[in-house]
Design a protein around this ligand. Structure first.
Ligand code: NAD
Length: 251
């Protein structure tokens, strides 16, 4: 029997990029999967998925979508807190409204879904929460002050939640991707003056010399969401082409 067979999982931001790859992988391995997204219609995958419209910056929307998804799934074992948005610039470039908007999605959004999911996760024998964090939480990337602050908060939140819920049998971990080849990065590159040069610079920043694939991040998330990682809680798994751990010249 597969380690995913019989598991029920909820993936926020599951209609695109890393979330979509995660939903596809979990479903292909036998899990029942529900996707929550602003735009769930684009969540079309090989295997039928349940899809719900939800805005993680709206508490009512999250509570209703989580309740509907869990009822249709017949329970919940894994919450994949993945929805997130980007922001560029230094502290001088984003005003208070922008700070509140991005923190509300990237940090409080994960708190809202966790609040809605925890009562259901307590009934699971294999409960796990996986938060999509980022290399930006720890690396000191230029021109990413606001985004990095949100991911630093996601990292701390992961540790605090892991401590709060360990005795309830709920594991909480995060993945820290480097630059991953998703529609998000496609949008970012399309705005650059020289997209090919910008892409090459992003590739060179990672010791492997290439971007991480969404499927590679999905593999790490699926591992942390499943009983395969049953003794692991309060950790950040780097999926970053060696960016965090290695001190090499870019290849
Ligand atoms: P993406 O833009 O391809 O997908 C993000 C998905 O989240 C979209 O389907 C979008 O509709 C959904 N979403 C956005 N705001 C939402 C909201 N308020 N409510 C519900 N859904 C919402 O992006 P991606 O690259 O797959 O990123 C996914 C996660 O991975 C994010 O948390 C991001 O910070 C993180 N991440 C991405 C990279 C990268 O290089 N792509 C690197 C590190 C971390």
């Amino acid at each position: 029997m597969s380690d995913f067979e019989g598991l029920s999982a909820l993936v926020t931001g599951g209609a695109s990029g890393i979330g979509r790859a995660t939903a596809e992988l979990l479903a292909a391995r036998g899990a029942r999967v529900a996707v929550l997204d602003l735009d769930p219609a684009s969540a079309s995958v090989g295997k039928p998925l349940l899809a719900y419209r939800a805005d993680v910056s709206d508490d009512t929307s999250v509570r209703e979508a989580v309740a509907a998804a869990v009822a249709d799934l017949g329970g919940l074992d894994a919450l994949i807190n993945n929805a997130g948005i980007g922001a560029q610039g230094t502290v001088e470039d984003n005003d208070d409204d922008e700070w509140h908007r991005v923190l509300d999605v990237n940090v409080v959004g994960m708190v809202r879904t966790a609040r809605a999911a925890l009562p259901h996760l307590r009934r699971s024998r294999h409960a796990a929460i996986v938060n999509t964090c980022s290399i930006a939480a720890t690396a000191g990337l230029p021109q990413r002050a606001l985004y990095s602050a949100t991911k630093g908060a996601v990292y701390s939140l992961t540790l605090a939640m892991a401590a709060d819920h360990v005795r309830e049998g709920i594991r909480v971990n995060c993945v820290n991707p480097g630059t991953a080849d998703t529609p998000w990065i496609g949008r970012l590159l399309s705005k650059a003056p020289d997209p090919a040069a910008e892409r090459a610079a992003l590739e060179a920043r990672q010791p492997t010399g290439r971007l991480v694939s969404a499927a590679e991040v999905a593999g790490a998330i699926a591992y942390l969401a499943s009983p395969l990682s049953g003794a692991t809680t309060g950790t950040a798994l780097a999926v970053d082409g060696g960016m965090q751990g290695l001190r090499l010249r870019p290849v």
